[in-house]
Design a protein around this ligand. Sequence first.
Ligand code: PBG
Length: 327
Amino acid sequence: MAGFPELRLRRLRRMPALRGLVRETRLSAEQFVAPLFVRLGRGLREPIGSLPGVSRLSPDEAVAEAQRLHADGVGAVILFGIPDRKDEDGTEAWNEAGALQEAVRRLKRDVPDLAVMTDVCLDEYTSHGHCGIVKGGDVDNDATLPLLARTALSHAKAGADVVAPSDMMDGRVAAIRRELDRSGFGHVALLAYAAKAASAYYGPFREAADSAPKFGDRRSYQMDGANRREAMREIALDVEEGADAVMVKPALAYLDIIRDARERFDLPIAAYNVSGEYAMVKAAAQNGWIDERRIVLETLTSIVRAGADFILTYHAGDAARWLKEGG
Ligand code: PBG
């Protein structure tokens, strides 16, 4: 059997060109999806304290941002709407004149080659901050489904290429697919937030979207992060209900789930490198404790190596530019 000293793995690490030849995992900007927070207005860029470098944007500014991302090779954006008014049922979620719907229309008009995804959920729109209708102190699964379908339809009508339900209600993928198909939007793809854990890593997002639940938490609908087998059941159900692609979320603390999913399923797998993951890197970088560029590219590489086809990440624009400069 060959071994040291005949075998020396350092031989192919001697120079960048050799390392480039044998690199097993490659990152490319077209794998990145940049999250954008949109609210109504003009010329609006409100920095988000917990997400340095990320702002709430009015639709015109979202277009400007998307043009830069597209020029840098980023494949897609995913939009989150921030309404001016919240109520018990989250009715602003399906308002065709809402910020998200308006931003989608403008993006598809002005940056048509950039794929536009939309987050379908009620938590940014409900006064209580939960992802569905609250009845008797709990989120009513079945009563929420028609509202999610209605929301997704309003996104499709505005021109969304992909709708992405993030609520974790049972049966929502089928409900949304049915609504889209019977309304003439059979071409719109559905990315399911399939294995989404009830995670502390969403903290900064909830500040950005002002969507922290006003009572209780999301553990009765989002998954227990301890459950690896259940994550596969969640994905299998969404596949059965008609998801075109599935997501694992968060990413870094769930790389094993991404790998399991890659080995079990043949459809595209997305990973969400969430707000808390981003904020920790930013905080350490601002303190000069880490090399942000190298940490980010290493992290994104690990997510692809685990098996993700594409990554939702707040680092999308920066990472795309760094890759252009040679990594
Ligand atoms: C729900 C939603 C959340 C995120 C994406 N979609 C928040 C939640 O579930 O509480 C979190 C994303 C992130 O933390 O970056 N609309």
